[in-house]
Design a protein around this ligand. Structure first.
Ligand SMILES: *Cc1c(COP(=O)(O)O)cnc(C)c1O
Length: 359
């Protein structure tokens, strides 16, 4: 009998015991046929998960490393960063640290980026003004999901030369993604959020256009050269020694997500977790984000009592919840309802939260 999930942090998330077992397998060489077979199976599944026929690969790094890589590979000069919370602001910090020219379109914490605002901003510049625009699919600090399809469509219309770089860290595997249909260029997701693996790797989809753009940049570095990742992945290989245990775990987890649970059922379970969380916390907490854009994977809540006291009382009952983040650190707490958490375990946690907030 599996222990119920008791870890409701919005990353890293609760990992199924079967998946933890996968990490304990004996090593294989990363140039061996066994590894190629393993990576081939992973890439087939990644194409399904991202909904793409273009390149997919895996980088042994947390998501932030690949955010940096996306900017280093795809932006020669100027980038527009859309922001609505701490993780979308990270794109800005990285771009600045790389010495890029960076503009920011800020929706404000708790709100979604408005496609009309993006269109207005882009319309003021020439089609080639920006090399890229960054979008954060799911803003984990506030619990807001941006409409990537609409935002990417605006970029295609108003700034056709700009590449669309998407952070799908806390959405991929919990919220629908359509890389090709939405015409995205780079999309990345760390493993430790809705994909529900231990942290340490990041999955990536990259368009042919982004590869061509990257090839024009002579100094892409070595470790994070995404052109090399793509070329190696075409032959089910990797540039350097990856975290092989993660590859076993990722293959097993993608098979579970796609063939056992099924993508549609998984997205529906996440939507239900959002609805249940909203309905059952309303007595003692307000949703901190704009309800029209509330995330299916994480809820930031402003409770009527001290958030820290709630988290402490829950900890005594064996439950770990997420703290507030950045600007919202002292006023909110967060419930991560993403990954493999069973509905019944979410309900059990909310029962405990109900008692704690009545005490
Ligand atoms: C967690 C998170 C990140 C950072 O990912 P790391 O894997 O910790 O580097 C970036 N963006 C979003 C939306 C996140 O939720």
């Amino acid at each position: 009998m599996t222990e119920p999930a008791n870890f409701f942090v919005p990353g890293p998330t609760w990992v199924r015991p079967e998946i933890l077992q996968e990490l304990a397998r004996p090593m294989i060489g990363h140039r061996s046929p066994e590894f190629r077979d393993l990576f081939h199976a992973i890439n087939m599944h990644l194409k399904t998960l991202f909904a793409t026929r273009q390149s997919t690969f895996v980088v042994t790094s947390s998501g932030t490393g690949v955010m940096q890589a996306a900017l280093e590979n795809c932006v020669a000069r100027r980038v527009l960063v859309t922001t609505c919370g701490a993780f979308s602001e990270r794109w800005y910090a990285i771009a600045e640290s790389l010495g890029l020219e960076v503009d920011r379109l800020d929706a404000g914490w708790g709100r979604a980026v408005d496609p009309d605002d993006l269109a207005d901003h882009l319309a003021r510049h020439s089609r080639a003004h920006y090399d890229a625009v960054t979008i954060t699919h799911n803003e984990t600090s506030t619990g807001v999901t941006n409409d990537v399809a609409a935002l990417a469509a605006v970029v295609r219309e108003e700034a056709p030369d700009a590449l669309v770089l998407v952070d799908a860290v806390s959405s991929l595997g919990g919220i629908p993604m359509a890389f090709d249909d939405w015409r995205l260029d780079v999309c990345l997701a760390s493993a430790q959020k809705a994909i529900a693996l231990p942290p340490g790797i990041t999955v990536v989809a990259m368009s042919d256009a982004a590869i061509e753009r990257a090839k024009k940049h002579p100094y892409r570095g070595t470790y994070f050269d995404l052109v090399t990742y793509k070329q190696k992945a075409d032959d089910d290989g990797v540039p350097s020694t990856p975290s092989i245990p993660h590859f076993y775990a990722l293959a097993a987890q993608l098979d579970h997500i796609i063939n056992v649970e099924g993508l549609e059922a998984r997205y529906e379970r996440h939507r239900r977790m959002r609805e249940i969380t909203h309905a059952r916390t309303g007595r003692y907490a307000k949703l901190a984000a704009d309800p029209a854009h509330a995330s299916a994977t994480v809820s930031a809540l402003t409770p009527s009592m001290a958030p820290d006291a709630i988290r402490k009382a829950m900890k005594q009952r064996g439950y770990t919840l997420g703290g507030g983040y950045g600007e919202w650190k002292d006023t909110t707490f967060r419930i991560g309802h993403m990954g493999d958490i069973p509905i019944a375990d979410l309900e059990a946690m909310l029962d405990a939260l109900d008692e704690v907030t009545r005490a």
